[in-house]
Design a protein around this ligand. Sequence first.
Ligand SMILES: O=C(O)[C@H]1NCC[C@@H]1O
Length: 454
Amino acid sequence: MSRKRRFPSHDDGSPDELHNINVPTFISQSCGTELKTVEMHTCGEPTRIVYSGYPDLPYALPTVTPMYPLSDLQSGTLLEQREYAMSHHDNLRRALICEPRGHRDMYGAVLCWRTELTETGKAHTGVLFLTNDGYSTMCGHATLALGRLIVDQAGSGEKKLFDLGMSKDLMYDPKTQTMAVDLHVPCGLVSLQVPVVFIGTDTWKVDTSRMISYQGTPSWFSDSTFLSFSEPATRWPELGDREEVNFGIAYGGAFYIMVEAKRLGFTASDLENITPSGLAALSNATRLLKEEFNRRLVEWPETRRMWLRHPDYKDDHTLYGVIVTARPSSTGQDTYSNLPPNAESGICFFANQQVDRSPTGSGAQARVALGWSLADPHPEPRTFHSPVSWAYGGEGAFVAEVVGHKRLGNVSQGVKVKISGKARYTGVSSFVVEDDDEIGKGFWFDELGKRSES
Ligand SMILES: O=C(O)[C@H]1NCC[C@@H]1O
């Protein structure tokens, strides 16, 4: 096979020809929505992918009467669907992510089959990302998981779990032996290359011996700056006598602060040999740094607020996460003695202090952009470790490489970064919420005290 081949990404099977993993009636009779998911992990970081049961989000084609009331929406772009999900279906995010079905560090994705990019044939499907706090703009680990799921299901030759009704075919490239999947994520269009092996002429599966890659939306380095922590209420014990903390801000589909462990009063080994108390201390420090950053952002003049403004989009953005790194991306100087050259380690606290088990795809994009803009072009691919990949001898680490550049707005130079990693299945689930189950609607065990205070 030497030419690219095109495969229809969906058949015309009616829903009852899909695999139906149903909840028995004695359970479903007292429940409302039944949410069906595929459960996956990417370097230990979970993605709970909702493929059925989530209400269709309003999408309006100019020539078609909308299927759903669009009272508070002008149209149904993916970003507007995200707004709609926030304001109308946040109970479902809570049910899936919070306890008792999830936990503090659970992550989810909802497939959105109709968006402005799927309808124009640019994307195979859209997706919303769910965190412990809301709806993120980018997620590399979930992108890798979705790439595997979509390609595996399309090539299985069996009944499918879901049919997205994708209008775009899947393209097989015999040169790279990969299938291309284009995902519409809230920050834009992300292109995946998913390695496959053919089982028959029209059937295939993802080749798990090779890594899945995606090229994210352009990343860029925003600024390098510092904050003063002279006020006692803003400090944490490990700061010692430091009064200032230096850090970088970069965008990889979402905004991150990148800060070296030693700037916060920690050592590289605190990241390498993570312990429960060490994790709690790092979480406390990054939370205080984020709080102070957000507080200053409100006070600082417009130019400072530009840190979190995308050159091409008017939207105000928020700080998504803080990544603590062991080695400065700018110099490549190794403060992490066991790391080989071109490897970095770190830990990412995102959303409401959620801890990423994976090396954070969007964070690696941002870290590459930071290093690149500080005159280290990283011509070699770089390996990014999380505490999990580090503990498992490198298994699950992500590889990031610069594959191009793109001017953003008239101020910033964007970097196109390719991220590679592997995603695994952990199961399929059907979740229900009993109508009169207040606890089952979702809670945080560690916030029960706040509930009784309020
Ligand atoms: O890999 C990533 O980009 C995501 N993982 C959790 C936090 C980020 O959204």
